[in-house]
Design a protein around this ligand. Structure first.
Ligand code: SAM
Ligand code: SF4
Length: 323
């Protein structure tokens, strides 16, 4: 459906020549993080000055316009989105948008204290990253001592009634021996667990050949103990979804071995206001401060930039792009 604005700019759905419709927007609130996950960024990572971030006003304005163009799901990410000082303001204001899903991806370290606030907002879906169920190992991977805090936050998030998923990045020699434990965890808690392949992104590229555990390998491991049944997934889903007879919900995000570019419906907005058509692209268009007419042209141009096949690797770290 076409919508005419007061400036008479026609905001029509963003569909590229392959028929892919932009429906989902990842919004990175900042590049900074209080973790140093080994695959994501170096220990001595530095971050842009906070003045380089686009303001809450600009985030809300751009999201509002993109929703008019057909975006129906917005996920906040980073870096660690919950450490942005204006996090609550941004969530509150985005809660007014008519989207079907307002979601958050977080390391969980600051989540528990935010839950009462989040419960009063329209943010209903929370993905928490947890790469190990063993405290020592978790702390080693993340270079923190936050294991207990994150586990408590997961419990509290589920109890508070949020749609909760765990993101588990599977790495050979680090946590691939915990795949069955995570399936158990899903069975016990009802929380969906999504196993992710390690992608050739920034800091991870160096070890990716050695550490990648493919979706097929993960499935082989899970099938040694569980019988898996397919679960339905949206055509633009990034995960292959299963359930076990005993109630575990499993997703596998096979970005490396079974990329889903052909059905991809995502754009990304970086914390500095660049619109990117793909996680694997370092170029995009600066859209902060642009008026309606300029945005219409930049959206057209961004549609044309979306690759149809998987780009091999990207030099930028995940926290800089917005994971
Ligand atoms: N800080 C938040 C968190 O960790 O959930 C949000 C940002 S983080 C970059 C988002 C997700 O990206 C995390 O689940 C993390 O495991 C994943 N990630 C980071 N580097 C990755 C890589 N090289 N390949 C695949 N996933 C990666
Ligand atoms: Fe931080 Fe998330 Fe990157 Fe870990 S994966 S360092 S929590 S941004």
């Amino acid at each position: 459906m076409e919508i005419k604005t007061t400036q008479q700019i026609i905001r029509k759905p963003l569909i590229d020549k392959y028929g892919r419709k932009v429906r989902k927007l990842r919004v990175s609130l900042l590049e900074d993080c209080n973790f140093r996950c080994t695959y994501c960024m170096p220990l001595d990572a530095t971050f842009p000055h906070h003045s380089k971030r686009i303001s809450p006003d600009e985030i809300v304005r751009l999201c509002t316009i993109l929703v008019d163009y057909g975006v129906s799901e917005i996920r906040l990410t980073g870096g660690e989105p919950t450490i942005r000082p204006e996090f609550k303001e941004i969530v509150t204001r985005l809660s007014d948008l008519p989207v079907s899903k307002l979601a958050l991806t977080t390391n969980g370290s600051r989540l528990q204290r935010l839950l009462p606030f989040l419960k009063s907002s329209n943010l209903t879906s929370i993905n928490i990253s947890l790469d190990s169920l063993k405290a020592d190992r978790f702390n080693q991977i993340t270079n923190t001592t936050f294991f207990d805090k994150v586990i408590e936050a997961i419990d509290a998030t589920v109890s508070a009634g949020f749609q909760t998923k765990l993101n588990v990045l599977v790495m050979r020699g680090f946590n691939d021996d915990e795949i069955l434990d995570f399936v158990d965890f899903s069975e016990r808690t009802g929380v969906e667990v999504r196993f992710m392949e390690l992608m050739r992104i920034g800091h991870a590229c160096h070890d990716q050949d050695d550490q990648l555990v493919s979706a097929d390998e993960m499935l082989d491991i899970i099938s040694t103990r569980y019988e898996l049944e397919d679960r339905d997934a949206a055509p633009d889903s990034t995960s292959i979804n299963f359930k076990t007879k005993s109630g575990a919900s499993i997703g596998i995000i096979a970005s490396e071995t079974k990329p889903f570019c052909g059905g991809c419906s995502r754009w990304r907005l970086t914390s500095s206001g660049q619109l990117r058509p793909c996680l694997m692209k370092t170029d995009g268009h600066q859209i902060a401060g642009k008026n309606d007419e300029e945005l219409a042209h930049l959206f057209e141009a961004t549609l044309k930039m979306k690759p149809i096949g998987r780009i091999f690797e990207v030099p930028q770290n995940m926290n800089e792009i917005g994971g």
